[in-house]
Ligand binder design. Structure first.
Ligand code: PLP
Length: 421
């Protein structure tokens, strides 16, 4: 039985998505003469007024460079910047804000681990365990590192529903495994991976665990100490925050072993002509003038999401996904990838329609005002594993409604007609 849109609304009454939409001015845009339906949230999310106002307020009232100044604005900017770090740390359940290192996003955070930790630690014969689900950001840095160190990359495979096949975990996790790098949620299929279980097994062989949290930080209630990993990378722009802003959380004892990576201002204690000593965490891993307004905006985004409640956001997305999967199951020629059970995925659904190229599908939907993504989703090895060149992908967030799903389904019906399916 297909749930009606009103059932979806009832199930998600913990908050009112239709009312939350008022917080996002961009959702009132018309696209190709139609009201915008934004279903490209796995690529980036829209920003609520609370975030854009916080950034504008910072620039209008507090802007200065941080840490070094002795004037009033410099101390206001420093307070805003370091206060933001504390708020973001708290959002993730982290008590020690010095464990929260700012980066430009997930990609930079993963590269930071690869260079500041991996370059000195990995040797020929060591192994790094990844999965075939990974985004290129969690593959390419390790390939580059493997080439430089002689370390070997190994991979966890998936089952027919795009879930990690953990039956062979004990074969691929050995004493040689130094690092396990795993996505918490697949950006291409939405699969939610059992990170805590993998972390427990990885720790048993002495490996560190880095989680790519790009797609979990926005959608799941993430409590980092409870998750069981050692390092966690995330991007602000995928969780209502600004672009160019994200972070790497790491257990203090793990971050303490990182070599300084970028050298420059702010990451030093003393500098001589020939040598330097370095600052404490987190500054030693943050050279140069940081993205101060970005930190302010990201903290505002975290406050905004916490105010709504991440359990409520997850319940809403799961209800939307349940409705979408039920409706999609009724469309002839539509193939849906990823777990069948909505409880095993976040708000991401990848699909193909007959032999229609996903790019054509996205273009037709765009004509209807519906924004989806089509392509390899920065997961080319996964596409190869699934035996497809590309897929279309719709991804939901807190401001999407059952009406958006209905518009998507109408758009798919129109595409079927246009292609004579
Ligand atoms: N990892 C996953 C799972 C992602 O979905 C993305 C972005 O799509 C990234 C990493 C890279 O994030 P960013 O481009 O913000 O660094």
């Amino acid at each position: 039985m297909i749930m009606s849109p009103s059932t979806v609304r009832t199930r998600t009454s913990a908050f009112d998505a239709a009312r939350l939409r008022d917080d996002f001015p961009i959702l009132r845009e018309q696209v190709n003469g139609k009201p915008l339906v934004y279903l490209d949230n796995a690529a980036t999310t829209q920003k609520p007024r609370a975030v854009t106002d916080a950034i504008a307020r910072y620039y209008a009232h507090d802007n200065a460079n941080v840490h070094r100044g002795l004037h009033e604005l410099a101390s206001r900017a420093t307070d805003a910047f370091e206060g933001a770090r504390e708020r973001v740390a708290r959002f993730f359940g982290v008590a020690d804000a010095a464990e929260m290192v700012w980066t430009r996003g997930t990609t930079e955070a993963i590269n930071l681990v690869a260079y500041a930790w991996g370059l000195d630690r990995l040797r020929a014969g060591d192994e790094v365990l990844l999965s075939v689900l990974e985004h290129h950001s969690n593959l390419v840095p390790w390939q580059m590192l493997a080439q430089r160190t002689g370390a070997r990359l190994r991979f966890i495979d998936i089952d027919e529903q795009g879930r990690l096949d953990l039956s062979a975990l004990d074969e691929v996790l050995t004493k040689r495994t130094k690092l396990v790098c795993i996505g918490h949620v697949s950006n291409a299929l939405g699969t939610v991976n059992p990170v805590a279980h993998i972390a427990e097994r990885a720790h048993a062989v002495g490996a560190l665990v880095l989680v790519d949290g790009a797609q979990s930080a926005p959608h799941l209630p993430v409590d980092l100490p409870a998750l069981g990993c050692d390092l966690y990378a995330f991007s602000g722009h995928k969780m209502c925050g600004p672009t160019g802003m994200g972070g790497l959380w790491g257990r203090r004892d793990v971050l303490e072993t990182f070599a300084p990576f970028h050298g420059g201002g702010d990451m030093i204690d003393t500098v001589e002509l020939e040598s330097s000593t370095y600052a404490q965490l987190p500054n030693r891993l943050e050279a140069g003038t940081p993205h101060i307004a970005g930190a302010v905006g990201l903290a505002a985004a975290c406050d905004y999401l916490a105010g709504i409640g991440r359990d409520a956001i997850l319940a809403h997305e799961r209800a939307l996904m349940t409705y979408a999967l039920e409706r999609m199951a009724e469309v002839p020629d539509l193939t849906v990838y990823g777990p069948a059970d909505p409880a095993e995925r976040s708000g991401v659904v990848s699909f193909t329609l007959g032999d229609v190229h996903p790019h054509d599908l996205a273009t037709i939907l765009d004509g209807e005002g519906i924004a989806i993504r089509a392509g390899h989703h920065c997961a080319q090895p996964l596409m190869k594993r699934l035996g497809v060149g590309s897929t279309a992908r719709a991804s939901f967030y807190l401001y999407n409604t059952a009406g958006d799903v209905d518009r998507l389904m109408d758009g798919l019906e129109r595409a079927r007609r246009l292609f004579g399916l």
